[in-house]
Design a protein around this ligand. Structure first.
Ligand SMILES: [Zn+2]
Length: 467
């Protein structure tokens, strides 16, 4: 078998297995009539073939590297008694208990072992100390984390979750455990709603208008927040349901994780516009006595996003630019295709501005990293993964590989395959590879017969005669 044919066969094989939990179930729930013969909502055991494939994957991945587990558990302070967060009407807004099946240590053949590992790591639930007397995180209360910085007189909150109910519950837990403090500032790291939507759970427009609470955001925040959530909002919301398996039950046969967290909360969302917009490439502020250097990183995970550096404590906040997964270049809910090369370059800038000195790295999803060598390892790994994706896909495209073939041609270099922080839970290499071609060359593969494809139900285009 030729190299390319062999890679093609192996590629589609592994892709199919790794995504079976998210996609098969998701589509099955919605297109139940068509899929009824294949999709069992109560779940079915893996076939012998799938079980053998999973076993082989357990042998080939670096499971002996358990540093992520140490880091994700470090600094645990407390969790609330209930795993549910309720809305005003008693409705369940968030329920970590639905994932308890992951806590028993059982290996499920219906899950790709690497995905199961990530899903288990994301079982963080409660309040964690990151830097003593300074930085804390509430994790497992929503898709993202809430990070709390202790200022001179109150809390500086970095990202405030998706729903006001989960944000209020996170702040309440911190105040109960650490002593009640007023909120002095909110920082939106970027223009995605899982980072600002819960703001009304931690402050109010009145407090902000009075000047009691400052709200910081990167340049372009309001424009991008509106364009992403309003212009194509209905469609994007519907598609997010597919992407995150929102209507699926959680089980070893259903929805198990969302890579950057467990899933989306189902509460009420809001937005208070920023009172301070960070406009320069690097911009230093003192917020409630805490010195912070912001780094605008446009063109990365969001069009408006910023990192932050706490020089007095050597802490680097990586926003959603560096998490514990390779991210989406094309996000399946729908968004403008992102720029993998710009993303890589922004990580490189952060590495040389802050990463060479950093002793702690935190971000708005997953868990922190401690120690400079570890931080540099993760930063360099993700920088190289995005750069390789961009450059190698373009190299293949220039040799004639089209958008409809690239996902079976592009492969992550072996050195990166063995790094957990370069594994592709959120942004898979096959859909990201297509995204790079789409960004530079568009969706057309160059074949005249595919320029106006048949609609899914088979109708020919009625527009073709209109020249
Ligand atoms: Zn996010």
């Amino acid at each position: 078998m030729s190299n390319i044919a062999e890679r093609r066969r192996r590629g589609s094989f592994v892709h199919a297995a790794s995504r079976i939990v998210l996609f098969a179930g998701c589509l099955g729930a919605v297109f139940s009539a068509a899929a009824q013969d294949h999709f069992n909502p109560k779940g079915a055991p893996a076939s012998r073939h799938t079980a053998e494939l999973q076993e082989a994957l357990r042998e080939s991945l670096p499971f002996e590297d358990t540093r992520d587990f140490d880091e994700s558990r470090r600094g645990f302070i407390a969790a609330p008694d209930s795993k549910q967060i309720l809305g005003a009407q008693g409705n369940v807004v968030w329920d970590m208990g639905r994932y308890d099946f992951l806590l028993g240590g059982e290996q499920f053949d219906t899950m790709h072992p690497s995905l199961q590992r990530q899903a288990t790591l994301n079982m963080n639930f409660g309040l964690y100390e990151v830097v003593p007397d300074f930085i804390y995180q509430v994790r497992g209360f929503d898709l993202a984390n809430m990070t709390l910085i202790r200022g001179e007189t109150g809390w500086i909150l970095f990202d405030v979750l998706l729903s006001s109910e989960t944000a209020a519950a996170a702040l309440k837990l911190a105040n109960e455990q650490l002593g009640e403090l007023p909120v002095k500032a909110v920082v939106y790291s970027h223009s995605h709603i899982d980072h600002f939507g819960g703001v009304l759970g931690v402050t109010s427009p009145e407090e902000v208008n009075r000047g009691d609470v400052a709200v910081f955001a990167p340049i372009g925040f309001m424009e991008e927040a509106i364009s992403e959530n309003v212009y194509a909002g209905n469609s994007m919301t519907r598609r997010a349901g597919f992407q995150y398996g929102r209507v699926m039950p959680s089980s070893p046969f259903g929805q198990v994780d969302s890579a950057i967290g467990k899933g989306l909360s189902a509460g009420s969302t809001g937005l208070i516009p920023p009172t301070v917009v960070v406009t320069d490439r690097f911009e230093e502020h003192v917020i409630d006595g805490v010195r912070i250097v912001f780094q605008n990183t446009p063109g990365t995970e969001a069009p408006a996003e910023m990192n932050a550096w706490f020089p007095d404590k050597k802490v680097f906040w990586a926003a959603e630019n560096i998490t514990a997964t390779i991210h989406n270049i094309y996000t399946l809910r729908g968004a403008l295709v992102r720029d993998a090369l710009a993303w890589s370059k922004q990580i490189n800038t952060a590495l040389y501005e802050f990463g060479l000195d950093a002793e702690v790295m935190i971000s708005s999803h997953n868990w922190p990293r401690w120690g400079n060598a570890r931080i540099q390892e993760v930063m360099r790994t993700q920088r190289d993964a995005y750069a390789n994706l961009n450059n190698q896909v373009l190299n293949l495209a220039n040799q004639g590989v089209t958008i409809n073939e690239i996902h079976n041609e592009y492969q992550v270099p072996p050195s990166l395959q063995q790094k957990w922080s370069a594994r592709q839970y959120h942004g898979s290499e096959f859909h990201n590879a297509r995204a790079v071609i789409n960004r530079y060359l568009g969706y057309w593969d160059g074949n005249p017969a595919t320029l106006a494809p048949l609609s899914p139900l088979g109708q020919p285009s009625s527009r073709l005669g209109g020249f």
